[in-house]
Design a protein around this ligand. Structure first.
Ligand code: UDP
Ligand code: MG
Length: 326
């Protein structure tokens, strides 16, 4: 069957890009992705642009692109669901034998499709981009990212690569495995590592954004980091046991000291030590309660089993999917 001149069989590669308020750079992105795809697989590709509830003109650009390029599939989510869920929505629509996940801001060069495909031809299941340098990022972002990934690798047994984002090429098997994972707190780079298979790094230099500003303010970054830790490690939960063991040892010596003081008849003084002990132990308890709360809250979110995202429209050839072309 032919749809707008495109065969309806699965293309050899789908490019999936989540877009949130990316109106300034989207056409340039489409142009570079198109060139990279044609250079690699001729016409046998599709580009899936997911509008993650943008507030600017992103959707009208996606619509215009899908009208003039039958290889563009536009997916509009009902509201902003966040980068990881928007990417998941795109992956669920992608039909390609292989899928490249890429940011729409041109920080990840689409031209890497060719070497990624080449590496996959040699037998890799996943080829992920490993950043050797990052242009145009603040020192704060670089420092927090570096610290976070080093910290995370110590907390989990899943070998999550350092300095890698979600920019990667995956084969169909890995994409299906990823989509079969129902969790809501998605940390895609970690989930792909968990899947396993042959995962190969491809070093690249990360560029500055083509246009616009980062859609990851500090608050979202913290949330992302906590999601990553809680979905890949239960070490923080064990903190309670460590703290408990530590305080028990301290308490043991404290009891000996207190009894000794009482024996000496000097038990009235000691306001400072009592207040200090209360402050330390109540602080430790609240910290542990907070950590428990983080996990409990996530358990609650997961157990509700709500859909991960809601799709408003899927556009193929400028026409909403399911409606006949006029
Ligand atoms: N993004 C998204 N939804 C969001 C935030 C970001 O789809 O709520 C997209 C964004 O358009 C971009 C990618 O996710 O294509 C990465 O976001 P960004 O470049 O802002 O993150 P950074 O590179 O600064 O970490
Ligand atoms: Mg970016």
């Amino acid at each position: 069957m032919e749809l707008h001149g495109v065969s309806s069989g699965p293309p050899s590669v789908s490019v999936v890009a989540p877009c949130y308020n990316e109106e300034e750079g989207l056409r340039e992105f489409w142009g570079r992705v198109t060139a990279a795809c044609q250079d690699t697989v001729d016409q046998d590709y599709e580009i899936i642009l997911v509008d993650d509830g943008s507030k600017d003109g992103t959707w009208s650009i996606i619509k215009a692109l899908s009208e003039c390029d039958p290889r563009v599939v536009g997916v509009r989510l009902f509201r902003n669901h966040g980068h990881q869920l928007a990417a998941t929505a795109g992956l669920s629509v992608a039909r390609g034998d292989r899928v490249m996940l890429i940011d729409a801001d041109l920080q990840d060069p689409p031209e890497l499709l060719k070497p990624m495909m080449g590496t996959m031809d040699l037998g890799a299941d996943v080829v992920y981009g490993k950043r050797t340098s990052r242009e145009g990022e603040t020192w704060f972002k670089l420092l927090t990212a570096a610290t976070f990934y080093r910290f995370l690798t110590h907390l989990t047994t899943v070998p999550i690569p350092r300095d890698a984002g979600d920019f990667r090429l995956m084969n169909r098997r890995v994409v299906e495995a990823l989509l079969a994972m129902p969790e809501r707190q998605r940390f895609i780079r970690g989930m792909v590592s968990w899947i396993g298979g042959r995962q190969v790094a491809l070093p690249y230099e990360r560029n500055a954004r083509f246009a616009g500003t980062t859609k990851y303010p500090l608050q979202k970054m913290v949330r992302f980091a906590v999601d990553a830790i809680t979905s890949f490690s239960t070490v923080p939960l064990r903190l309670a046991s460590w703290l408990g063991a530590g305080t028990a040892i301290i308490a043991f010596f404290l009891v000996i000291y207190t009894v000794w003081q009482w024996w000496q008849g000097a038990t009235v003084t000691g306001w400072a030590s009592v207040v200090t002990a209360i402050a330390i132990f109540s602080g430790a308890q609240l910290l542990v309660l907070g950590i428990l709360g983080e996990y409990l809250g996530r358990l609650f979110q997961e157990i509700k089993g709500r859909p991960l995202f809601l799709v408003d429209t899927v556009l193929i050839g400028g026409v909403p999917y399911g409606l006949p072309a006029d």
